[in-house]
Design a protein around this ligand. Structure first.
Ligand code: GBH
Length: 495
């Protein structure tokens, strides 16, 4: 439906923060330099068939060596902030001993950002657990949460005076359920029980780190980034579909939102997972730690979904309900639906239906209005009453780049995607959501996890042979948005 923001020029509130995001393993490379040792992703990349074309993170975008050039690029794009993650395996290669050389890299990066007037927005964990800690049990083990808090403190001791915003985890849903339940991500485990144990210990690690950082630095800006879906029942009048949407929303969104922001796991979800031993991991006092107050909530949004208790009607756009999964192309046709779609520890009877919306190169439906609804819901039900600011910490799209003879990339599809989602953010702001910034995913084409280098999300093209960076049309357009603090009118629209 057209909204006031759907075509004309759209101005954002003063001070709105414009940035781009990356993650350490996806861009840094230098896998065996500076004392770094394996993370679970290095190990996973060596498993035959686990990652597209056997790609790995040893070189990636060589950001470890080219960070100065990349910061200069962000400066040229008029951006205000860089959201990056730090590699735990660089800082504590053996899982416990601090490696000075690792800290020094991030210290240089932060200084470079500050010199270019870019706010350093630091994420402590974007999926690259030191392999040494996986060998001690990984996230399903409670100890990992305590190790994570120690790592957070070591980072803060080194960078606390210079880093503006600290977020603990990126998308614990992925770490828990792609890593330990579907096995599509490192460490490749396939168990509903392990995924749930990991989910609780990720929450505990978030809480322990947040309370430790708060004690060290009461004025710090602290938070977490979660990935969200918007679950719509295919038939809102069918109680079975409504219940499936409740479960999908519960295991994707509320299982993390509620402990952090309301101090309790959702009762319906506790019921649903009771037979999987979830409650046994939750000890007295844990929820108090997990609900340590935060200042910002990072929102990663790519798409929502239509879910049903019934498989999609034959003749629908997606008859078997398996289109567009994370890494599905790699999976056998007869894999259970829950293994190839969003994994859920209680997968029974959750069917994702295609709505026939356009899809990106990931097969994900393009659904900007879902972002408006999501932000308004977060504001009303979770963050607003607690005075927590919302930031979109990731949003973006993979499309295959066509590199012209002159080296340019005219990615109108990616540009239109970001444009539509920024308009959706403004719709949410107009509706009362306290959204303070937006980070495009991603600055550069990079290592797209199980899909290796085959999917490109960058506003800047990466040539993996030469490491040459070329700003795409979407990147040039985004720079004008950041400079004007406004999205320009769509071509042909009224001003
Ligand atoms: C983010 O994860 C990551 O933080 C980032 O590192 C990554 O590069 C980026 O996104 C792009 O993938 O049910 O089949 O429609 C996003 C992970 C994406 C997981 C959407 C759930 C649902 C797909 N989420 N996905 S589907």
């Amino acid at each position: 439906a057209p909204t006031p923001n759907s075509a004309g020029r759209v101005a954002f509130p003063d001070g709105f923060l414009w940035g781009t995001a990356t993650a350490a393993f996806q861009v840094e490379g230098a896998g065996a330099e500076g004392g770094r040792q394996d993370s679970i992703w290095d190990t996973f990349c060596r498993v035959p068939g686990a990652v597209h074309a056997g790609d790995d993170g040893m070189v990636a975008c060589d950001h470890y060596h080219r960070y100065r050039e990349d910061v200069a690029l962000m400066k040229r794009l008029d951006l205000g902030s860089y959201r990056f993650s730090t590699s735990w395996a660089r800082i504590m290669p053996d899982g416990k001993t601090v490696n000075r050389e690792g800290l020094d890299f991030y210290s240089r990066l932060v200084d470079e950002l500050l010199g270019a007037d870019l706010l350093p927005w630091l994420t402590l964990y974007h999926w690259d657990l030191p392999q040494a800690l996986e060998e001690l049990g990984g996230w399903p083990s409670r100890d990992t949460a305590y190790r994570f808090a120690e790592y957070a403190v070591a980072m803060h001791e080194a960078l606390g005076d210079r880093v503006g915003v600290w977020t603990t985890l990126n998308e614990p849903w992925c770490s828990a359920f792609l890593g330990y339940t579907s096995g599509a991500h490192a460490p490749g485990k396939k168990s509903p029980e392990l995924g749930l144990a990991a989910a609780h210990h990720l929450m505990l690690g978030h809480g322990l780190a947040t309370s430790a950082l708060r004690e060290l630095d009461p004025a710090a800006t602290l938070g977490i980034t979660l990935n969200f879906t918007v679950s719509d029942p295919v038939d809102p009048t069918d109680p079975a579909d409504v219940d499936v949407a409740r479960r999908d929303d519960g295991m994707f969104n509320r299982i993390f939102l509620d402990p952090i922001l309301r101090g309790a796991y959702p009762a319906d979800i506790l019921d649903d997972v009771a037979h999987l031993g979830f409650a046994e991991h939750v000890r007295e006092g844990d929820l108090q730690i997990i609900s340590t107050p935060i200042d910002v909530l990072g929102v990663n949004y790519y798409n929502g979904g239509a879910v049903s208790a019934r498989p999609q009607h034959p003749g629908g756009a997606d008859p078997d309900g398996t289109a567009g999964p994370d890494g599905a192309r790699e999976q056998a046709d007869d894999a259970p639906v829950w293994e190839v779609r969003s994994p859920n520890p209680v997968p029974d009877g959750i069917h994702h239906h295609s709505r026939g919306l356009p899809t990106t190169d990931m097969g994900w439906e393009v659904q900007p209005e879902g972002l408006t609804r999501l932000l308004l819901r977060l504001q009303e039900d979770y963050t607003g009453p607690r005075g927590i600011q919302l930031f979109v910490t990731e949003n973006g799209a993979a499309y295959p780049d066509v590199v012209q003879a002159d080296g340019s990339v005219d990615d109108q599809d990616r540009l239109a995607f970001v444009d539509a989602h920024l308009r959706a953010v403004k719709d949410a702001i107009d509706g009362g959501a306290d959204v303070r910034g937006y980070f495009a995913w991603s600055l550069l084409d990079n290592f797209e996890w199980a899909l290796g280098y085959s999917k490109r999300f960058g506003l800047v093209h990466t040539d993996y042979e030469t490491q040459e960076r070329t700003v795409k049309a979407s990147g040039r357009w985004y720079a004008t948005v950041a400079a004007a603090n406004a999205v320009p009118a769509r071509p042909g629209a009224e001003e």
